[in-house]
Design a protein around this ligand. Structure first.
Ligand code: ZN
Length: 211
């Protein structure tokens, strides 16, 4: 990896001699990205972004919690200091964290269990719809979509965003591992995530489980 870094630094400087000088002067990203830690969903790569473009927070199953200082400090800094225009919650199909929330808790993963507890509660809340989907990837992927919209609503509700001088737009996206495409579940318009989300046409897609 360190060898790759030397190569990357040299290639970047060769193609844009002013790149690192500009980078060192500071950051002014316009987007806060809240994504999953899954290694297959790197925010910068899938959006063709460059260093300096995205302010990023990733955790298992891209969950937002107003009680979590880690997530909240990122949001606070993004809104109050960087003054981002957009917050993007990006989930993904085939999410291992979402899958785990539909399975019995693993005694070996107490921290993960605590983190995904809200997902388990969300699955309970939507059990009527989820139980109607055959157990497996379709059900997991639908819960992943419902969760993205839940995080979007929670971020819009938190005072850091709601009472901001210029509240950022909060978007809900979901990434498909099979085709590399992002699907918009909720645009920046608050009205569309407040409504009960429509079932997805891609809920029967199957993905390999992961992070
Ligand atoms: Zn994931």
């Amino acid at each position: 990896m360190l060898v790759e870094n030397v190569g990357w630094a040299a290639e970047t400087a060769a193609s844009d001699p002013a790149f690192f000088e500009t980078l060192a002067q500071g950051q002014s990203p316009t987007v806060l990205w809240l994504g999953c830690s899954d290694s297959r969903v790197p925010a910068e790569t899938i959006t063709h972004s460059k260093p300096g473009d995205l302010f990023v927070h990733r955790n298992i199953a891209n969950l937002f919690s107003a009680d979590d200082d880690n997530t909240m400090s990122v949001l606070e800094y993004a809104v109050n200091v960087l003054k981002v225009d957009d917050v993007i919650v990006c989930g993904h199909y085939g999410c291992g964290g979402v899958r785990a929330s539909l399975l019995p808790m693993s005694p070996a993963l107490p921290h993960v269990n605590r983190r995904i507890a809200p997902l388990c509660a969300l699955a309970q809340k939507h059990s009527g719809e989820l139980d109607a989907i055959e157990p497996g990837d379709g059900r997991i992927d639908r819960l992943a979509e419902l969760s993205v919209l839940e995080q979007v609503r929670a971020i819009r509700r938190v005072s850091t965003v709601r009472d901001a001088e210029r509240p950022p737009r909060v978007h809900g996206w979901i990434f498909g591992l099979r085709d590399g495409r992002i699907k918009v579940l909720s645009s920046g318009d608050p009205a569309d995530a407040e409504a009960e989300p429509a079932p997805s046409a891609v809920q029967h897609m199957t993905e390999t489980s992961g992070g």
